[in-house]
Design a protein around this ligand. Structure first.
Ligand SMILES: *[C@@H]1O[C@H](CO)[C@@H](O)[C@H](O)[C@H]1NC(C)=O
Ligand SMILES: *[C@@H]1O[C@H](CO)[C@@H](O)[C@H](O)[C@H]1NC(C)=O
Ligand SMILES: *[C@@H]1O[C@H](CO)[C@@H](O)[C@H](O)[C@H]1NC(C)=O
Ligand SMILES: *[C@@H]1O[C@H](CO)[C@@H](O)[C@H](O)[C@H]1NC(C)=O
Ligand SMILES: *[C@@H]1O[C@H](CO)[C@@H](O)[C@H](O)[C@H]1NC(C)=O
Ligand SMILES: *[C@@H]1O[C@H](CO)[C@@H](O)[C@H](O)[C@H]1NC(C)=O
Ligand SMILES: *[C@@H]1O[C@H](CO)[C@@H](O)[C@H](O)[C@H]1NC(C)=O
Length: 565
């Protein structure tokens, strides 16, 4: 097959699938919503409106960690914000945190200066690239760094924000450059988008390394079609760099989407090899052939296995896949170990990611994000689908890459509370707090009065409702967020059901509410169901629960005392 036929073949195939890019639509999710992106609202916090997560499949065996989704596109809620989700069995698909940063890309946790941090790009999304900047938040969700590409401040692109073990950042820039386009049927004095990657020392802002595609890779290697592009106002996107990482040898691995290739770059900038594409140095096994890929990563320091998100389509495969490759850099061969795809065999035309959740284990789970399609999935090591979820209807909102990672959030805000006096229910939440095991609610007759224990409820998700029927209350209510060992993490302001007030005064920790109405059984409380516990439940239920939760002895004793009263 001649070069031209190959190019046209790929482009034609891509168009066919692009037109039909409707992956399977589960149920009627999103159909009632004008934009197909249903969202949630909460009584205690009116500022956050995350997507409604739909679970299409959930099996046991999910890995630990929280799920990171930068919601992009135009959700009905208007909140294309970074979001963190809990997929533990008791809180499957519930929000942990969201924050006001528009159009986040590559949202995840990384390590910076030895601390766990949140990192992402935020800015303006253009046609396949972006103009924005890079943010680092600490565990309290406070910004501790905010920077741009060096010398291209306005052109800081969205595709990559990786922090290396040297606390440098790897980022990408799309910049117009004059180029000869005659190889693709264009003008001799045409224009391309050059793709540059930079390694930047974050603390000093100094440039450590810079590499650009145009110096090393010819326009004749692209599989993209020129179309109407090629002018200064509309440069030809001939390379489309969309991932960069640096290994322990100081060499870089980059992905060129419309090259259908992954490149290894030496520390002096030379191309060591091309994997895939028109000038592949590797023999790629038929079932491992990929196209328009994203997110090329080594699994570990061995560099014997690599993962990519294969958007496709290829001649053989019409759906998108996460691919785990065996790569032999000496023999120059690539074979397929596993492919990963969801129940719908979704085709995601652009964006996407595959994450190895525990690179040190052969028994690791894998996490797949479908990029421009609002789907995510988790798999066991043999490729069995364990979790299949979506955060919008097909072809609505996006999530550039999704990750599952450990994270402890300790917000510096105070918890939020809303009291519905008619429903005898308090609603409590704390955006980003991961350590809250349950909520204790206290009441007082004055905001500076004595706060007496009223009721408790296990944290059930972003917002927990605390049932107050049958509990005798004062005028005001406050909630205390409690961690797994019984320690107070924070207090909400006080509410009388109409307004919020600063509160002070003594706290009477005794479970001295006289109500005898127990609204819940021991099992419900101990398993963390959405049911709630009023004060002064029976001795056995109170004890069983407290011990089960590993509370300090002192508190267990307090419960016994209450029970004896
Ligand atoms: C988000 O931030 C923007 C800009 O600061 C502000 O105008 C907007 O009101 C904020 N939205 C919410 C829901 O906090
Ligand atoms: C997860 O699966 C369990 C067991 O099949 C089911 O009871 C539960 O409702 C599912 N959770 C969600 C959120 O779909
Ligand atoms: C995060 O930074 C803020 C502002 O500098 C600081 O108040 C807070 O203590 C920091 N949180 C953590 C966990 O380091
Ligand atoms: C690309 O790299 C070459 C050589 O390293 C350099 O001369 C050129 O200025 C760079 N171009 C851009 C647009 O950065
Ligand atoms: C592109 O052009 C370069 C320089 O002429 C040549 O070495 C290379 O083989 C060409 N590649 C393709 C795919 O045509
Ligand atoms: C390299 O691979 C071997 C086996 O394939 C494994 O035992 C070892 O832990 C790996 N080393 C690294 C650094 O990942
Ligand atoms: C794959 O792993 C799952 C557990 O995650 C197990 O139930 C299943 O039997 C395994 N399948 C094969 C073919 O080994």
């Amino acid at each position: 097959m001649g070069m031209k036929t190959l190019v046209l073949g790929l482009v034609a195939l891509r168009c066919v699938y692009a037109k039909d890019s409707v992956s399977f639509d589960f149920d009627t999710y999103g159909k009632d919503d004008a934009s197909g992106a249903p969202y949630q609202t909460f009584k205690s916090n009116a500022d956050v409106k995350p997507p409604q997560m739909q679970i299409n499949k959930n099996e046991t065996g999910l890995a630990d960690g929280l799920v990171f989704v930068g919601v992009d596109g135009a959700p009905t809620s208007g909140q294309n914000w970074p979001t963190i989700w809990d997929f533990s069995p008791d809180r499957l698909g519930t929000l942990v945190w969201t924050g006001n940063y528009t159009e986040p890309f590559d949202f995840r946790t990384q390590t910076y200066k030895g601390e766990p941090v949140l990192t992402f790009w935020s800015g303006e999304l253009l046609d396949g690239y972006g103009h924005g900047s890079y943010y680092i938040l600490n565990q309290s969700y406070a910004e501790i760094a905010h920077f741009s590409a060096v010398g291209y401040e306005e052109l800081s692109d969205l595709h990559e924000f990786t922090i290396t073990s040297d606390d440098t950042a790897l980022v990408i820039i799309y910049t117009p450059k004059q180029a000869d386009l005659s190889d693709v049927g264009g003008e001799k004095d045409g224009w391309i988008f050059d793709c540059i990657f930079q390694e930047i020392d974050i603390a000093s802002g100094k440039l450590v390394f810079e590499w650009n595609a145009s110096t090393h890779v010819g326009v004749n290697e692209t599989v993209n079609e020129l179309g109407d592009a090629g002018s200064e106002g509309s440069p030809f996107d001939y390379f489309h760099m969309n991932s960069v990482l640096k290994d322990a040898n100081g060499e870089y691995l980059i992905s060129g989407r419309v090259m259908d290739a992954v490149f290894k770059i030496s520390s002096s900038g030379d191309i060591i090899w091309r994997l895939g594409g028109k000038q592949s140095d590797f023999d790629v096994a038929d079932e491992a052939v990929f196209a328009f890929q994203h997110d090329a990563r080594w699994v570990d320091g061995n560099q014997t296995r690599m993962t990519i998100f294969d958007n496709g389509p290829t001649d053989a495969v019409g759906y998108s896949r996460g691919l785990l490759f065996a790569v032999d850099q000496d023999a120059k061969t690539v074979s397929l170990i596993h492919e990963f795809y969801n129940g719908a065999k979704t085709f995601a035309k652009f964006e996407g990611s595959l994450q190895v959740l525990d690179p040190s284990s052969s028994d690791t789970n894998y996490f797949l994000g479908y990029g421009n399609q609002p789907f995510l999935a988790e798999f066991s090591s043999n490729g069995t689908l364990l979790l299949d979820a979506q955060f919008g209807a097909t072809n609505t909102v996006n999530g550039y890459r999704t990750y599952k990672l450990p994270w402890t959030g300790k917000p510096i805000t105070t918890p939020d509370i809303h009291l519905d006096t008619d429903a005898h229910t308090a609603y409590v939440s704390w955006n980003g707090a991961t350590e809250v095991q349950w909520w204790d609610v206290y009441s007082a007759n004055a905001t500076n009065g004595t706060w007496r224990y009223a009721a408790s409820a296990n944290r059930t998700g972003f917002e927990t409702s605390v049932e107050l029927g049958g509990v005798s209350l004062g005028t005001y209510l406050r909630a205390k967020a409690v961690n797994g060992s019984g320690g107070a993490l924070g207090w909400s302001r006080a509410t009388d059901g109409k307004g919020l007030f600063d509160a002070s005064g003594d706290v009477d920790e005794k479970r001295n509410n006289t109500s005898s109405s127990s609204t819940v059984s021991t099992t419900a409380r101990a398993t963390g169901s959405s049911a709630t516990v009023a004060a002064a439940t029976s001795a056995t239920s109170g004890l069983a629960v407290r011990i089960g939760r590993g509370m300090v002895e002192k508190v267990v004793v307090a419960v016994v005392v209450v029970a004896l009263v």
